[in-house]
Design a protein around this ligand. Structure first.
Ligand SMILES: CC(=O)N[C@@H](C)C(=O)N[C@@H](C)C(=O)N[C@@H](C)C(=O)O
Length: 692
């Protein structure tokens, strides 16, 4: 195919916010959801650009459940507000590092505190502070009693001693941490010396009369023995009467290994015992039943060298600890379970065939049924009177927004609720494509086509590989937004190759321990299939991906010269060094094995071993605060490319983690990717982003 003279550039004439990176960064992004106990009020968290346009600020908004009024903003502050929870009296609790107007001089390093917005409006007031900051709030559904999570210094008995220890370290200029257990980091943070503890708050004091002093809120440490690395930072659920708490506890499991179990705690005494402790599984996402007699949770079987993990739901009797499988034989991975209002059913979410669907299963056993047709759901809220469900719904062609669902119906399209993040339109269309792998297995893909793509004007194609790898392309992504590329005339292929979720356990097994085999050939089969289409220009293609998707971009670079450019973000290059330095080696080491005693998988699947074969230009992107895929992977990849004279560029973010989370850097990310694609896919001159 010859080069058309009007090849798309990095600018788009369409006028869509996806064509203008500043307008794209300014689109409101809807996050968490909280329903009040009486089912009448719904709060959402919405991120918008701050005044200087240098940070996204999270604020809380209220959604009119009748759908008559647009969503209205409830909070406003520079540090933003998050983790909304409605108290029984109708006030809205949230965490925020905003300054306390009554506290005199502003703190140098303000920590998030617990705030309350009165039911009938007015100013929010601070309720509770801790020297380590309040990171989470849990509320007992009937009693309204509260438990908070805050990080405490080792050995500090109370908040005063805690503050004193922090002060002494600061005055002495000590930032060092002495580690005695694995792991030492998580995501982009150091673990220790402070570690999360759970504090009992009980009933929150009522709003004081005008002019009166607010009574101090006493915190009682429910987990005084919590120790680094993870302390009591796991997920938790409070019984409706506030008497019991079930939390996820991470315990050592072999050398440098961890696993998660469920611990039951009496809130009055702090007395604790293991509720479900399974040496062959991780337990997570516990949720109490409405009568407090049972807990539903997720069981993830430990993977082995030969077998990927598998997930099921457990129904656990709180009095006896007896656990029963709720989803035996269900060939999908259930997550985020919750009881129905009357406790007779459990709702859960699962990837299924390119969707993240809502399911329901009877609590006393039976077949799970899928309740939603399209889209990806999260943040499910069950109205306590059983009248409705609320959730956030997104899809590859729709950003997240609040919806109402029928608690019983199957095959439903939910009612959309007022959404401050509604889009006016998209610069193209989304199609569902099924390719066929060499062994006959279907490979599900989403294909984004730009507005102008046609047989007369075929669009260049970008293959975008998802991360995980145990994941699926099924929901909106601001970080990996194909519509920004579509606005510049690119078609974007989003395939779910072997190892992806939502297609059954055998589909995961096809790629287990063999990342360079079926996952790679499935991707190539998807590209082959889409390249046959008249509206695709098969002579102008590129491949990109982040994280595991970056591993695959690197692998593709070593295996084929069919693409004109490779973009690799936060990627794995030398898998042995990655597993030894990531924040959670135990997540990977079973599948890959011991590199000294079981070197085969490393020899066969680590891209760095095939560096000499790379001919395609590569854009390397990495953040220095990335503890999931540490920067060493990018430094070594960059060195290996430069040494071999491969045309390459390195976009380095000193302050970003595994994801690029600030508006300026996110825009520069897209700008650099688009310039690199324009240079190599269209043969245009390299346009260096102005701010780089
Ligand atoms: C503990 C752990 O490593 N979990 C994995 C799910 C993980 O983080 N994998 C990364 C290498 C990855 O591919 N992440 C993707 C999902 C991303 O986009 O961040």
């Amino acid at each position: 195919m010859s080069e058309p003279s009007d090849a798309p550039t990095t600018a788009s004439p369409s006028g869509s916010p996806f064509a203008d990176l500043a307008a794209f960064a300014a689109l409101p992004r809807v996050g968490g959801l909280a329903l009040s106990a009486d089912g009448r009020r719904l709060a959402i968290a919405v991120q918008t650009l701050d005044h200087e346009k240098t940070a996204w600020q999270s604020a809380l908004w209220e959604v009119d459940l009748e759908g008559r009024r647009p969503a209205r903003r409830l909070t406003r502050s520079a540090p933003g507000e998050s983790s909304p929870v409605w108290a029984p009296d109708g006030s809205l609790l949230f965490t925020s590092a905003r300054p306390d107007p009554g506290a005199g001089e502003a703190a140098e390093d303000p920590k998030p505190a617990l705030w309350s917005l009165p039911a009938d409006g007015g100013e929010a007031r601070p309720v509770l502070t801790h020297p380590g900051g309040i990171s989470r709030v849990a509320l007992a559904a009937d009693s309204g009693e509260v438990v908070v999570t805050a990080s405490a210094m080792p050995g500090a008995g109370d908040a005063e001693a805690d503050a004193e220890r922090r002060k002494r370290r600061k005055e002495a200029g000590v930032t060092a941490i002495l580690h005695e257990a694995y792991p030492v980091r998580y995501w982009d943070s150091d673990l220790g010396p402070a570690t999360p503890h759970l504090f009992w708050v009980g009933e929150l004091p009522a709003e004081p009369d005008a002019g009166a002093e607010r009574p101090p809120v006493e915190l009682r440490d429910l987990t005084p023995d919590a120790v680094p690395p993870s302390g009591a930072g796991g997920d938790l659920t409070l019984s409706p009467d506030g008497r019991l708490l079930v939390r996820v506890e991470s315990v050592p499991d072999g050398p440098a290994g961890r696993r998660d179990r469920l611990v039951l705690l009496e809130t009055a005494t702090g007395e604790a015992r293991a509720l479900v402790d399974d040496p062959l599984a991780d337990l997570g996402a516990p949720r109490f039943s409405p009568d407090g007699s049972a807990v539903v949770c997720v069981r993830e079987s430990m993977s082995t060298h030969d077998e990927p993990p598998d997930y099921t739901l457990l129904h656990v009797d709180v009095a006896t600890g007896a656990a029963r499988e709720l989803t035996p034989g269900f060939d999908r991975w259930p997550s985020a379970p919750q009881f129905s209002a009357d406790g007779t059913a459990v709702y859960f979410l699962a990837d299924d065939d390119g969707r993240h669907a809502l399911f329901r299963v009877p609590a006393d056993g039976g077949e799970p049924v899928r309740m939603t047709t399209d889209g990806a759901y999260s943040d499910l809220q069950v109205a306590r009177d059983g009248s409705a469900l609320y959730a956030l719904r997104s899809a590859y062609d729709e950003p997240p927004g609040p919806v109402r669902l029928d608690p019983e119906a199957t095959g439903q399209h939910p009612d959309p609720l007022p959404n401050p993040g509604t889009l006016a339109g998209l610069p193209g269309t989304l199609q569902e494509v099924e390719a066929t792998a060499a062994d006959g297995t279907p490979v599900h893909c989403w294909l984004v086509l730009p507005e102008e793509a046609s047989a007369e004007r075929p669009a260049p194609l970008v293959l975008w590989v998802h991360g995980g790898p145990l994941m699926s392309w099924n929901s909106w992504s601001w970080r990996w937004c194909p519509w920004v590329l579509a606005a510049r005339g690119y078609a974007v292929l989003l395939p779910d190759p072997a190892l992806s979720q939502g297609y059954g356990q055998d589909f995961v097994r096809r790629g287990w321990g063999a990342w360079g085999e079926a996952p790679y050939t499935d991707l190539m089969a998807a590209v082959d299939a889409v390249e046959q289409r008249p509206e695709i220009d098969e002579s102008r293609t590129a491949a990109m991906g982040g994280s595991f998707g970056g591993y695959m971009a690197n692998w593709i670079a070593t295996q084929t010269d069919r693409f004109r450019a490779i973009v690799t973000h936060a990627s794995l290059w030398d898998v042995d060094s990655f597993i030894g330095t990531t924040d959670a080696a135990y997540y990977w080491e079973k599948e890959w094995g011991d590199p000294l005693r079981q070197p085969k998988r490393y020899e066969q699947n680590s891209p760095h071993r095939y560096a000499d074969a790379i001919r395609t230009p590569v854009l390397v992107i990495h953040g220095d605060r990335d503890y999931r895929v540490p920067i060493g992977e990018a430094l070594r990849l960059w060195y290996d490319l430069q040494k071999r004279g491969v045309p390459s560029r390195f976009l380095y973010f000193p302050n970003e983690n595994h994801w690029v989370l600030t508006p300026g850097n996110a825009q520069v990310w897209y700008e650099t990717v688009l310039s690199f694609l324009a240079e190599h896919v269209h043969g245009q001159d390299w346009q260096r982003p102005e701010l780089l």
